[in-house]
Ligand binder design. Structure first.
Ligand code: ZN
Length: 445
């Protein structure tokens, strides 16, 4: 009964103007949200068990009785993986009539994962996105230009829906070259730009050379960015760059930053979040269960992203708790002579180092006696290689005592390898850390 009342209230809240929704949700007690999550989880679990062939078979095989499960943690070591989506195909997960689908390729396999949705789900996701964007300062009078890639990608669809609720001017450029975007954008006087972070970096470099115009904010989705690259963009435009975190499987946004930029406020109304295999700092793989999806619900979906759940309230006062900045993908965590490293380590080594492009990649090899860590950087001037390498090593010494000790003990070799600008990124996503030691060992045999 209580849950029913809370759900009714939530429905009303999501139909209010975004500013009233935020105010109302901020007043809601945490227990009310938890109560609603629990009820929605049970409903989702039953739906999956009844209608999805994948979940029905999995639960049967594992002796899981959905009627007895009240909380995701009671499912033990049962998880859904991206590989499950590929192997069993999306149809095995369907529980209702689908109106649309999107795809994601990721960095591990060229085979896309397909995910299905309904228009009603798109509408609901648009409403919560509008709340997040309103919280960041987006208003009706703003002029939005989006360079989100419209090919099979979920983000432009969710953004389009969200902006309908905010009622602001919106033009979709699609993912065209930053050069062309720059030339055509000015005519619309956009003060808000959406794009993938690496694309925004290139656009900003261009704007730095050719001139900027007044900007309220920039918004990046679809991948991570180093704090150094973010601050470069912000200095060029004299405006903040905010990031969202999400996956196609989650229907876009799982969380969005606020003005403090200290993690992503998570969407607890639509997802139940967990983390698994935590390290000593409380970081582990993010796992989520969808709570408001009828077409293709996902139970304990493994995101392959390493982060932590932050339960302390944010200084901004928003009711939603946070996910910490993503540290790595699980397949980019490498144990090597340097230590247990992931992309955040190298982003931190590059913070404050000038003379290189925004893209970088680390390749771990073994030369027969020790691991070789190659930091591949796009340099305009290859003559600066020595200078850049020295600056990176100073950061290594000052910021990572343990990794520096291992370096001094010669447990690994560290090199900066210069690359041509624009040469590292082949697709939309760039795998930041590549472990090629198996490959080199095989070649040596
Ligand atoms: Zn906040």
């Amino acid at each position: 009964m209580l849950t029913h009342i809370i759900e009714q209230i939530e429905r009303v809240v999501l139909h209010m103007e975004p500013q009233r929704s935020v105010a109302f949700l901020n007043m809601s007690p945490q227990w009310a949200i938890e109560k609603m999550q629990r009820a929605r989880f049970q409903r989702t679990l039953r739906l999956a068990a009844e209608r999805s062939t994948f979940y029905r078979e999995q639960f049967k095989r594992r002796g899981i009785d959905p009627r007895r499960i009240e909380h995701p943690s009671e499912l033990g070591d049962f998880y859904t993986t991206g590989e499950d989506l590929r192997v069993h195909s999306a149809e095995a997960f369907l529980t209702g009539h689908a109106d649309t689908a999107f795809e994601t390729t990721g960095t591990t396999s060229p085979a896309p994962k397909r995910v299905f949705f309904s228009q009603a789900e798109l509408l609901a996701m648009g409403r919560t996105s509008a709340i997040g964007l309103y919280h960041l300062g987006l208003r009706r009078e703003d002029r939005v230009l989006s360079a989100y890639d419209c090919s099979f990608w979920v983000s432009p669809a969710v953004l389009r829906m969200g902006l309908q609720f905010l009622k602001c001017f919106h033009v979709e450029a699609g993912k065209i070259s930053p050069q062309e975007f720059y030339d055509r954008a000015r005519a619309y006087k956009p003060n808000v730009i959406f794009g993938e972070p690496s694309w925004i970096v290139r656009l900003s470099e261009l704007a730095g050379e050719r001139g900027t115009w007044p900007m309220k904010l920039l918004f990046g989705g679809g991948e991570n960015i180093s704090e150094q690259a973010r601050s470069d963009v912000e200095q060029i435009w004299k405006a903040p760059l905010y990031l969202s975190y999400g996956q196609t499987e989650s229907f876009g946004t799982l969380g969005v930053e606020c003005k403090h930029k200290e993690g992503y406020h998570r969407n607890d109304l639509f997802f139940y979040f967990e983390t698994r295999e935590l390290d000593t700092e409380g970081y582990g793989e993010l796992v989520y269960t969808t709570l408001a999806r009828d077409v293709m619900p996902l139970i304990r979906y493994r995101s392959t992203d390493v982060t932590a759940l932050i339960e302390e309230p944010c200084p901004c006062g928003l009711f939603a708790r946070r996910i910490a900045k993503i540290r790595a993908r699980t397949d980019e965590m490498v144990v090597c002579g340097m230590g247990n490293v992931g992309p955040w380590v190298f982003a931190e080594l590059l913070r404050g180092v000038n003379g290189h492009g925004a893209d970088w990649q680390v390749v771990v090899n073994h030369d027969g006696s020790r691991d070789v860590i190659e930091l591949r950087l796009e340099l305009k001037n290859f003559g600066h290689q020595g200078e850049v390498e020295r600056a990176v090593l100073v950061n290594l010494r000052e910021r990572f005592t343990d990794f520096w000790k291992n370096y001094e003990m010669k447990l690994y070799e560290f090199r900066v390898v210069p690359c041509e600008p624009g040469s590292l990124r082949a697709g939309r996503k760039l795998k930041l850390v590549l472990d090629q030691r198996q490959l080199t060992a095989r070649r040596a045999r």
